[in-house]
Design a binder for this molecule. Structure first.
Ligand code: NAD
Ligand code: TDX
Length: 339
């Protein structure tokens, strides 16, 4: 089996590569990643040691490079993780989001079509459904919930999903799509809530909480997401969308307080700051479809997953220290100084 994994130097893609290398050591894996600010080759330092793993630095919007790569390798499955993934950055400047998330996906879909790929899996997000009201705890996103995006990031991801579905309908390209809730775990870039809180708390720095911190996210340990994708790509049915979520709904403020408690840090590190524009209130996934059809269920509870994650950040300080002391510093000042 030969796989192309795009965006594998990022958070979920790298976890997926390690998951696949452990479970299917015989698979050949090629990772295509342009190493944006969010991509980190040191994340893949152990993966690269394996003989049947190849890293290619390149952009998914680069049609020539992508076609050459498909020509040279007989990929059977393509899994597209590559994306601009941070909502706040998309609110500042959406251009690169449209390029990578939409055009990049189109370039990959065209190549997949030209080279008769057996499966094209698009890694999408629950954010394509917009949000749910805080006071309606009975409501969940299903695969039939209408697309109703809030941020430019979400709009770009939804566009990619629609393109993938169009390629299925028009060209019978064997695609699948997964829409997952918020992930957390090792190798997550510290701009995202959980690693941001851990890294700043460890440095006794203020922790910015948007608005009142009452927004709800449905947290899933990254390995559970990897397992779901593994099941989808190895299941014969195509043209399907699967929601993935952990029924782990938590208000941001409770996540932040929980991490501070685990690290024995004071709650006065919390600083309530101006809210994110268009901030989605609540995400909550109904994952009945993937559970009933593919037998997927999350296995890591939030309590266990967050402890593992905190330990990982404690044991891998060089990994994130290199990030937070570099160009990220300028990003943080720009994003948060006037909030
Ligand atoms: P990430 O930002 O950590 O990683 C993205 C990776 O893509 C990086 O390695 C980056 O270098 C690479 N990349 C970006 N632009 C590229 C381009 N033009 N060409 C090639 N590579 C490029 O993102 P993540 O959190 O790992 O998310 C992975 C995927 O999962 C994304 O598609 C995201 O939308 C989706 N997703 C993420 C979450 C989450 O909670 N993080 C939840 C649901 C879905
Ligand atoms: O400094 C912060 N303070 C804060 O209160 C940051 C960075 C975030 N937040 C809030 C905003 C959200 O309600 O925490 C929540 C989580 O924020 P993010 O980590 O930025 O994630 P979110 O916006 O929910 O999007 C994530 O989940 C869906 C991923 O970044 C997306 O790539 C994925 O598609």
């Amino acid at each position: 089996m030969k796989l192309l994994i795009t965006g594998g130097a990022g958070f979920i893609g790298s976890n997926f590569i390690y998951y696949m290398q452990t479970k299917y050591p015989e698979y050949e894996i090629v990772c295509l990643d342009s190493l944006t600010y969010a991509g980190n080759l040191t994340t893949l330092s152990d993966a690269i040691k394996k003989e049947n793993f190849t890293f290619v630095k390149g952009d998914i919007t680069d049609k020539t490079l992508v076609n050459e790569l498909f020509e040279k390798n007989s990929f059977e499955i393509v899994i597209n993780f590559a994306a601009e993934s941070h909502v706040d950055r998309s609110i500042e400047d959406s251009g690169i989001f449209l390029m990578t998330n939409i055009i990049g996906t189109q370039v990959l879909l065209d190549a997949a079509r030209k080279y008769n790929i057996r499966r094209f899996h698009q890694v999408s997000t629950d954010e394509v459904y917009g949000d749910l009201p805080l006071e309606r705890k009975d409501l969940f996103f299903t695969e039939d919930t209408p697309i109703k995006t809030s941020s430019p990031y979400a709009a770009s991801k939804a566009s990619a999903d629609l393109l993938a579905m169009a390629y299925y309908r028009t060209y019978k390209l064997p695609i699948t799509i997964s829409r997952c809730s918020n992930n957390y775990g090792p190798f997550q870039f510290p701009e995202k809530l959980i690693p941001l809180v851990i890294s700043r708390a460890l440095a006794d720095e203020k922790i910015p909480v948007y608005g009142k911190g009452e927004n709800i996210r449905d947290w899933l340990y990254v390995e559970d997401h990897c397992e779901a994708i593994d099941l989808i790509i190895h299941h014969d049915v195509v043209g399907e969308v699967y929601n993935i979520g952990g029924h782990n709904e938590l208000a941001n403020i409770d996540v932040v307080k929980g991490i501070l408690k685990s690290l024995s840090k004071p709650e006065n590190l919390i600083s309530f700051v101006a809210d994110r524009l268009g901030h989605d209130m609540r995400y909550a996934i109904d994952s009945t479809k993937i559970s009933s059809r593919l037998g997927w269920l999350p296995t890591t509870s939030f309590d266990e997953g967050i402890q593992r994650t905190i330990e990982w950040y404690l044991n891998n300080r060089t990994w994130w220290n290199d990030i937070v002391s570099g160009e990220y510093k300028t990003y943080f000042e720009k994003m948060y100084s006037e909030r």
